[in-house]
Design a protein around this ligand. Sequence first.
Ligand code: NAD
Ligand code: UDP
Length: 379
Amino acid sequence: MPRPVPRLRTVPATGALPAGPRRILVLGAGGFVGSHLVPRLARRPGAEIVAVDRTLDKLEPGLPAVRRIEADIAKPGLLDELIRRAEVVVSLTALCNPALYNTRPLDVIDASFSDLLPVVKLCAARSRWLVHFSTCEVYGRTALDPRGRAMRKMVEDETALFLGPVQRERWTYAAAKQLLERVIWAHGQHGGLPFTIVRPFNVIGPRMDFIPGVDGDGIPRVLACFMHALMTGAPLQLVDGGRQRRSFLDVGEFVTAIERLLERPQASQGQIFNLGSPRNDFTIRALARALAAAYRKLRPQEPAPRLESVSAEAFYGPGYDDTAARIPSVAKAARLLGWRPRRTLAEMLPEIVGDYLARYAPIPTARARVAEAAGRSGR
Ligand code: NAD
Ligand code: UDP
């Protein structure tokens, strides 16, 4: 008989905000999600946040309730002590960029599985609540029910997990994340680990990834790829024509859902949650067009952005594969957390584009590059 998952006692509220744990350890706090989540958690009354990452450059400096630790989570002895002191461990570390899944598959598997096994074991040994970030990628190529019939939405406790063949290394990340979910689940069912698993669906916002050649190298996720192209006047590249669909969620709404689940341990422990926005289901081509339009509004003097199709093999190399459509069911999050995403893509994009433009202002714009080239050739 599976043992019931022990419930964490709720810490009494000390201010206007609802109750929730106060001592929170965030691993991967310097990434895109962490840089939005940590400042929000730090504002909560009585919060004591420990923020760990290899680099915390993206995390707002000077947050009074935040202890910053720049270190690898594999540093000997580090986690043992930090987990002992925490009430909740939020695990965000991963290599979650599709360009790496078929080019650095072993690093991807380590980052999403091997490196996190000690975290799970320490949380289980000390009965600390583990809030682990998995991924919608675990659903794989398309939504299928357990009998292999197509479903429109991906449902946490119903939809099958349908990955491609091993030769398609795209699925290294999804397979590693899925196996860790199963390890966490087993510790919960058979060892009493209090846990919550989150499957984010294409969360977007300011500070996502990097601009190649400026603050990172390689191919970032699609938002930063398109922003890079827009800011440099290069064509936006649509992998296999950009017909594939994604559902885009605003990072601010995503963080609200995380706050909600932390406030409601009774409802959220022992659960897996999709967090995404089904109403923002668009093709990648539509995303490119919408971003280009938002960019043009802020930079009307720039030449009109161009879109071009590129094969997946040319863009990512061999072993890539893709998901045709990815729409979350968020019925469980609505029911148990009272959370419903509302922001449309059109509402999100101006702020995101504005942030990238401000952050990367030294990048010469397309127009400035043309003028510079003309100057060099003496025209
Ligand atoms: P991110 O890459 O921006 O952040 C991950 C952070 O982890 C980075 O700052 C990195 O430096 C850090 N890190 C990795 N390995 C580490 C280690 N060994 N020691 C210390 N730090 C380490 O990713 P994100 O977008 O913030 O995503 C957070 C989590 O959510 C990830 O687990 C990811 O798989 C999951 N996720 C995110 C999305 C999304 O749309 N953003 C979608 C699906 C899943
Ligand atoms: N993509 C694209 N052009 C780019 C980068 C990505 O068309 O410059 C596509 C990619 O092939 C995928 C989708 O956009 O189908 C979403 O990419 P993202 O990087 O967000 O990762 P995913 O959603 O696949 O995890």
